[in-house]
Design a protein around this ligand. Sequence first.
Ligand code: SF4
Ligand code: SF4
Length: 386
Amino acid sequence: MAEEIIIDREGLDQLIHVLREMGFQVAGPTVRDEAIVYESIRSINDLPEGWTDEQKGGYYRLKKRSDKALFGYVVGPHSWKKFLHPPERRLWQAKQDGNDFEIIPEELATPKFAFLGVRSCELHAIAIQDKVFLDDTYVNTDYKIRRENAFFIAVQCGQSAGTCFCVSMKTGPKAESGFDLAMTEILNDDGHYFVVEVGSEQGRKLMEKIPHRQAHSKEVEQANHIVNETGIQMERVLDTTDLKELLYKNLEHPQWDDIANRCLSCANCTMVCPTCFCSTVEDVTDITGEHAERWQKWDSCFTMDFSHLHGGEVRSSTKSKYRQWLTHKLASWQDQFGSSGCVGCGRCITWCPVAIDLTEEIPKICDSTTQNTSTPVKNEAPNEIP
Ligand code: SF4
Ligand code: SF4
């Protein structure tokens, strides 16, 4: 089989059906609550046909397209982490047994996901979470199983949103690796079809079951042209030169105070971010006290309890919370995991209710003409760490 092949809309529908027959739960984009979100899908009828998204700081709207594109949008508030690192997961239960407790371990779920419509920046985000959950001292077994079972169908970006900056972060727009199949959607006078690049043996075997034909060189050229144009049209940039050092040098820059005056500590930016991975554990009991459960839940460095140690919060001010988030994402993440924690997807800009935009704030924070002149925050725990 050639590396690039062509399938049409019916072929894509069949692809979804074959994956479902193979026992995969197929997750893909769909329209819900006026946004494009990732949910289980059963056929191409569930895809956001004819919809696109318009995004800028604090702004997201769906709009109708003039064509029937199935992947003619960019990214929405969801990321694939909700499947690989679920927002809530029960860890164990305890049952009273006379004067003792019996601990009931949670059986590990073994879902088999096929992700349809994964963007390049999202593949990079998954690779970053792999480092966190798989390559560090402790392996997250639940994540490992979900990750190993997963099948990835990337879709190359045919447009960028107003908040994207993947070119600056070297994470897109072209998906180069980390997928089983990568499709470019083409709509023109010749019809509506997909140029499919096969990225793995599993992908090759799957495509043998789907009606297809070999791609002509012109079709491959057109697919490459679409994704290249997406990169050229991306207007937002972030200069990452010496960024880690510049952020470390500017921990008391007055711009942090300026941001803190606007930031609501709502945690939206961390919830939508495809690389943020923090979680907490919560214990709950029933009213009789005979049954207890421990749950893992997504948490955020913006919540009140996140840095609570005996004696109080390590980071109680909004300034220190935002500074922690941004410096971790773009500086200390590199020390900890060997890469940036940001893939330039733009979600934190779109979904910030007050439109705080890290690509606008970072140049101000790293401006050497105004650095290190702010007054340290009062009422902060004495051992505050940035
Ligand atoms: S920090 Fe913002 S732009 Fe970067 S990966 Fe997270 S949500 Fe996307
Ligand atoms: S930066 Fe925006 S999204 Fe993040 S906590 Fe502050 S107000 Fe919320």
